[in-house]
Design a protein around this ligand. Structure first.
Ligand code: NZQ
Ligand code: ZN
Length: 390
């Protein structure tokens, strides 16, 4: 097992009706900015519930709505202007990954004197921490299980055709309220997106090479098998509480640092996927469903031992040669994504050879030229992977 530091300061408040704990989580004398997306939380009443709870103490509350999926720098800067002018001292994100991520950016940009007037530079540090001394504290009320943003320090922010990671230990939420019932109003396709995103977060930290991380492997396998068990149920029966609760908890646990500590991590599926979203506006999870099978077909040698372990332990494939087992595991994964209504080909999203060249150019522009757990996915290798996904 590799050495690691593990620190996760986010309090998780999980379950039915847990919104009633919101008032006690935010200082009474604070000035709160509630952030939300395109309006689902207005329609389904979640925003009203949040405001009712916050009104139990004499705190000031203002709102900023309109954070779009794949949140845009320009939109977030409008919230930053408001937060500065109003001297807000606590941010409360009410929504999915886009709202939570956007709010992490707002938390940094509002008080980062180091970047005043050139906040776009906050997007320039990749997976390294943004060099700031402080950020506004934030909490979240989660309405979509997918990204794990509710319990990690990462965000992804878009600016034009650039979709950039923003990382800072200062942006771990102070708390996250995870009430599975708040997710019941999600459209089926967004629930399916959440299952696939969680699945791929797990395999990015599991299907690499063996590192004697037995707890991490068994935990990753547990998440994957849980998703396989409840994925279709929670898409088809949105109000099945236990199925949805398991998805919500898997989504959080897949990307809060636990299963990735002490083991190699890949993330090339995500980095290639982010370019597809930035250029062609395909939902985040759907880009992953396209890249994952092609990645494994192309990287069968580098990932052979873990692909075999995945075949045997996750899909219980016992028969056949090594290659047959790996092929069967990849086929089962694709069938699983299809069963949720998620497509697995670039052509399903009208992306052709010319589109692949644009993706490769963007990877080069963003310095994504040595991806994967081995650092050996060059733009040429990425092109071959994408050609397998056509
Ligand atoms: O905007 P509203 O009106 O709220 O509608 C949203 C949005 O259209 C809707 N929605 C959310 N909760 C709902 C609901 N509709 C009805 N009922 C509810 N309860 O769902 C749509 C998608 O929401 P979004 O937040 O965009 O989805 P998701 O949670 O998948 O977030 C995707 C973003 O997260 C980034 C992605 O790149 C993408 O920008 N990621 C963030 C990560 C992180 N912070 O660690 C890691 C991930 O790999 C990912 O890259
Ligand atoms: Zn993801």
């Amino acid at each position: 097992m590799q050495n690691f530091n593990f620190h996760n300061p986010t309090s998780i408040i999980f379950g039915k009706g847990q919104m009633k704990q919101l008032d006690s989580q935010i200082p009474q004398n604070s000035k709160v900015l509630i952030t939300y997306g395109g309006g689902s939380v207005i329609k389904n009443g979640v925003l009203d519930k949040v405001k009712t709870e916050l009104a139990k103490s004499p705190r000031e509350v203002i709102e900023f709505g309109g954070i779009e999926p794949n949140p845009k720098f320009e939109t977030l800067m409008k919230a930053v202007e408001i937060a500065r002018a109003e001297e807000v001292d606590f941010l409360l994100a009410v929504g999915g990954g886009s709202v939570m991520d956007g709010t992490k950016f707002i938390a940094i940009a509002t008080v980062a004197d180091e970047f005043k007037g050139e906040e776009e530079k906050i997007l320039g540090f990749g997976f390294g921490p943004v060099p700031v001394k402080r950020a506004l504290p934030l909490g979240t009320v989660v309405t979509m299980p997918a990204t794990g943003s509710e319990m990690n320090m990462g965000a992804v922010v878009s600016r034009g055709e650039d979709k950039m990671p923003v990382m800072s230990p200062l942006t771990f939420p102070k708390f996250s309220i995870l009430d599975p019932e708040l997710t019941y109003t999600l459209p089926k396709i967004q629930v399916a997106n959440g299952v696939v995103d969680t699945f791929v977060h797990t395999v990015e930290q599991y299907i690499t090479y063996p590192a004697e991380g037995r707890f991490q492997d068994r935990t990753a396998e547990g998440i994957l098998q849980t998703l396989i068990e409840i994925g279709k149920t929670t898409v088809d029966n949105p109000t099945d509480y236990d199925a949805r609760a398991n998805l919500v908890w898997c989504a959080t646990m897949a990307l809060n640092g636990l299963i990735g500590a002490g083991v190699p991590q890949d993330w090339s599926i995500h980095m290639i996927g982010h370019e597809i979203t930035a250029l062609f506006h395909v939902d985040h999870a759907q880009t992953l469903a396209v890249v994952t099978p092609a990645m494994w077909r192309m990287r069968r040698e580098q990932k052979r031992e873990k692909l075999l372990q995945y075949a045997e332990r996750v899909w219980n494939i016992a028969e056949g040669s090594e290659d047959e087992k790996i092929d069967a595991a990849i086929a089962r994964t694709e069938e699983f994504f299809h069963s949720l209504g998620i497509k697995t080909r670039l052509s399903d999203h009208s992306i052709n050879e010319a589109g692949i060249e644009r993706i490769i150019q963007n990877l080069e522009k963003h310095g994504m030229v040595k991806l994967s757990e081995h650092g050996d996915i060059t733009p040429d290798v990425a092109r071959k992977i994408l050609q397998k996904a056509l």
